[in-house]
Design a protein around this ligand. Structure first.
Ligand code: KG4
Ligand code: ZN
Length: 348
């Protein structure tokens, strides 16, 4: 089965052609991502209208390029008509204007070409980036991951789930306020770093060899699986206002911030793995691109005999291939008339 998949929930316009290999793997034949990040870096965050306007401009060229690359020797329209079995699209959660661009484009393709269409929850798709084959050795090659614990850590969400098998999952907990990535980006803004701040905070934190400051790790010892990061952001704000911020001190704040966030992410995920008796953890979402987080996860989980998987960096942040992966492995097409963009979509 071959799927053309579309992701436009936030600032990326990303399209992929993926092919199902087996019940646990898909292969990416081609994928293209256009981003309006430069515009958002200027405003220090995403202005929804700017994101959607760029997506309206990008969506057709991105689909066209993806089809051309998937099958260089064929006419892209013929390839789409005759060799794509279904269309998949993110229908939520996300920014309404952005979601509409992808959803309406996907519905138009499904209607005009009489193809089945599969609506995909963006959050679940982040974890399904682990089912994309041919990634680096630490990722998903030939492994059946279920049962597992999934941790989604992105700019908009922090959620912990227990999966028995495909589509059979239980939500365990999530953030009560800001997401981990949101805390990172807002703290980065307080430090005067470019949006999104995750990669620079990671780079700066690695410069610190003798840390001298510490922030509280929120809800580290609570008995539930919830997270909370808005207090941590406020702690960073108070620190930055109080101190005169040298470059070295900024690096230290980055280190302490990462440590406070990562300690609680790792502790609660491993607690869930122990409680549910699983030996696999899947990470997904932009923050899971962080190598320090991954290394610490691996060290601590190996002590418990648990393996941690994370997608390649390009598939950690928003991308069309993960939407195709979810749709191929949970193939449930519905009539195009029934699909509506849902910015508030969460877990069933
Ligand atoms: O998954 P994603 O692309 O978009 C959402 O669905 O939200 O995640 C974006 C988030 C941003 O908060 C960004 O700062 C963070 O992922 N991020 C990172 C890193 N790369 C991206 N956070 C920490 N370390 C990184 N290397
Ligand atoms: Zn995302």
């Amino acid at each position: 089965m071959r799927i053309l998949s579309i992701e436009t929930s936030c600032d990326e316009t990303s399209v992929a052609v993926v092919e199902k290999i087996n019940d646990f793997q898909v292969q990416v034949l081609s994928d293209t991502t256009a981003t309006s990040l430069a515009v958002h870096a200027q405003t220090g965050g995403i202005i929804p209208e700017n994101a959607a306007r760029a997506q309206v401009e990008y969506i057709i060229p991105v689909i066209s390029r993806t089809l051309e690359n998937a099958s260089p020797n064929k006419n892209p329209i013929d390839f789409l008509k005759h060799e794509i079995d279904a269309i998949a699209v993110t229908y939520g959660p996300g920014l309404i204007g952005s979601l509409l661009v992808g959803v309406e484009t996907a519905k138009t393709l499904a209607f005009s070409l009489r193809k089945p269409i599969v609506p995909v929850n963006h959050l679940l798709a982040h974890l399904y980036a682990n089912f994309i084959a041919n990634q680096t050795p630490h990722s998903s090659l030939n492994i059946q991951h279920f049962p597992c614990i999934g941790l989604i850590v992105s700019g908009g969400h922090t959620d912990l789930l227990y999966f028995r098998s495909h589509a059979e999952y239980q939500w365990l907990g999530g953030t009560r306020d800001d997401a981990a990535g949101e805390c990172i980006d807002k703290s980065g803004r307080l430090l005067g770093l470019t949006y999104p701040a995750g990669p620079e905070i990671e780079r700066r934190a690695t410069q610190v060899t003798n840390p001298t400051i510490k922030f509280q790790s929120p809800l580290l010892h609570s008995t539930d699986f919830d997270f909370s990061f808005s207090g941590l952001k406020a702690e960073v704000a108070r620190f930055v206002q109080k101190e005169s911020m040298t470059n070295q001190l900024k690096n230290e704040v980055c280190y302490a911030l990462q440590k406070a966030i990562f300690d609680v992410l790792i502790a609660k995920t491993l607690k869930a793995a122990e409680q549910f008796g699983v030996s696999h953890i899947l990470l997904g979402g932009g923050v899971s691109a962080n190598q320090t987080l991954l290394n610490q996860f691996r060290v601590k989980s190996s002590e418990l005999g648990v393996s941690v998987f994370s997608p390649e960096r390009t598939y950690s942040t928003d991308n069309g291939a993960m939407i195709g992966a979810y749709a191929a492995l949970n193939y449930e097409p519905i009539p195009w008339q029934k699909i509506t963009a849902n910015p508030e979509l969460y877990f069933a």
